[in-house]
Design a protein around this ligand. Structure first.
Ligand code: UD1
Length: 416
């Protein structure tokens, strides 16, 4: 199995270009199956989750070509209403979007219960509640979710929690339903807006994406289109935190700075210098950083996906910092691995209390999930000595060529 070996102590310096957003690419690629037509999607991140989804679409009868520069051509004309293979679908949280597509295009279908990172219970009751409100009959049987959706009709749906996955899945099912659907307390993340823009380019009629009230007027039919995915705000945030943690000076390029407001605000509160340009941000450390408290929230709050990298950054800042996780129930599993590197962190329910120490020390650790894996790379960069990270397949599910991008910033990192 592959490992990343990191020699700590180097300040990151230089420029890094950010890839297309994983959490937008996965629903958008899946949404292209709503039309029996061809779509061209640009700025696709070349990550494992995308390759798995490509395989899934091919098993359903779609023709997919992915070029080395991230242009995916999907011909969904001959896609059949089949259940995606368990071995592929279980690896991917986003495979749940196949349910929305099956309801929209085929008026029903079956998917296997989705997989993804182990960060606590990840129910999909809100997706199902939304489908049922639209008139679908949904049953879960032996790990298969069966949706029957003849005659779906627009309706008002209130989400108890502003779930990203449920908001997108309901949009996928509602765009081809009869009449008007309103999603209240919808998630507002930039990938909701990107998916809605893609669907509108296919001929859908969605208004209000990016606010907590999304209005969808059902249309008869969708068509293929050409579209470009937005930059990955989580990848950008990860490199910004890595620059700050190593005391470096990094220009993070090809981003939408507006999507990074929460992480920029927190870094500034710590004393990091952050300059915003049109399509890039520069992160530079010129003085000692100070401890802060952070709380993860839905957008525009600080993304839960940046909680683990932030915790690593705070682990060597003098003073006590509190990290409160409000989105997922068990997103502190990585803390035990960080303790092996000397971190002083105590978890009490939804809060981690971090007492900053002078230095982490290199150790052998194991990536517990995607974002924890990225956080451990940052931990290795700031630790004294050598850090060996295994289970790195998690990292490559979501980060394009992380070791190459880090190496270009001066990191001493090799994949063996
Ligand atoms: C997506 C992202 C993930 C990110 C998360 C929050 C993808 C593939 N994954 O995950 O990277 O960390 O958004 O920004 O895009 N919930 C329910 N019932 C539901 C659905 C969700 O209770 O039916 C709860 C979850 O348990 C969790 C919270 O809502 O506590 C947030 O989940 P959600 O926003 O749906 O995240 P995911 O779609 O799983």
């Amino acid at each position: 199995m592959n490992k990343l070996v990191i020699e700590g102590g180097v300040k990151l310096n230089g420029e890094v270009s950010i890839s297309g957003f994983k959490n937008a690419a996965l629903p958008i690629i899946t949404a292209s199956l709503l039309a029996a037509d061809k779509s061209v999607i640009e700025n696709i991140p070349l990550i494992k989750d995308v390759y798995i989804l490509k395989n899934i679409i091919e098993t359903l009868g779609g023709k997919v070509h992915l070029s080395d520069d991230g242009v995916m051509t999907i011909d969904a004309t001959n896609v059949e209403n089949k259940t995606a293979p368990y071995e592929l679908a279980k690896q991917l949280r986003a495979s749940y979007y196949l349910a929305g597509v099956a309801l929209g295009r085929f008026k029903g279908g079956s998917i296997v219960y989705p997989g993804g990172c182990d960060i606590g219970a990840r129910p999909i009751d809100l997706h199902i509640k939304g489908f049922e409100a639209l008139g679908a009959d949904v049953k879960i049987d032996h790990g298969i979710i069966k949706c029957n959706g003849e005659g779906l009709k627009g309706t008002n749906i209130y989400l108890d929690f502003a779930s990203v996955g449920a908001t997108i899945n309901i949009m996928l099912a509602a765009v081809l339903a009869k009449g008007n659907t309103i999603i209240e307390n919808a998630a507002k993340e930039p990938h909701i807006v990107d998916t809605a823009n893609f669907l509108n380019s296919m001929g859908a009629n969605i208004r209000g994406a990016g606010t907590d009230l999304i209005k969808i007027s059902g249309v008869e039919k969708l068509h293929g289109c050409t579209y470009s995915i937005i930059p990955d705000m989580i990848e950008a945030g990860t490199y910004m935190v890595a620059a700050a943690a190593t005391g470096g000076d990094v220009l993070v390029k090809d981003v939408i700075p507006k999507h990074l407001e929460a992480v920029i605000a927190k870094l500034r509160e710590m004393g990091v210098e952050v300059r915003e340009y049109d399509n890039s941000v520069r992160v530079r450390v010129t003085r000692n950083l100070k401890n802060v408290n952070i709380k993860t929230l839905t957008y525009p709050g600080l993304a839960t996906d940046l909680q683990q990298p932030m915790a690593v950054l705070l682990s060597t800042i003098k003073g006590t910092s509190m990290v409160t996780e409000t989105v997922f129930e068990a997103r502190f599993k990585y803390v035990d691995e960080l303790k092996r590197m000397g971190a002083n962190i105590k978890v009490d329910g939804k809060t981690a209390v971090i007492k900053g120490i002078d230095k982490l020390s290199g150790a052998k650790i194991s990536a517990t999930d995607l974002r924890a894996g990225a956080a451990f790379v940052i931990a290795g960069l700031i630790a004294e000595g050598t850090t060996e990270i295994d289970n790195i397949q998690h990292i490559y599910r979501g980060y394009v060529s992380m070791e190459t991008k880090m190496k270009n910033l001066g990191a001493k990192i090799v994949r063996i």
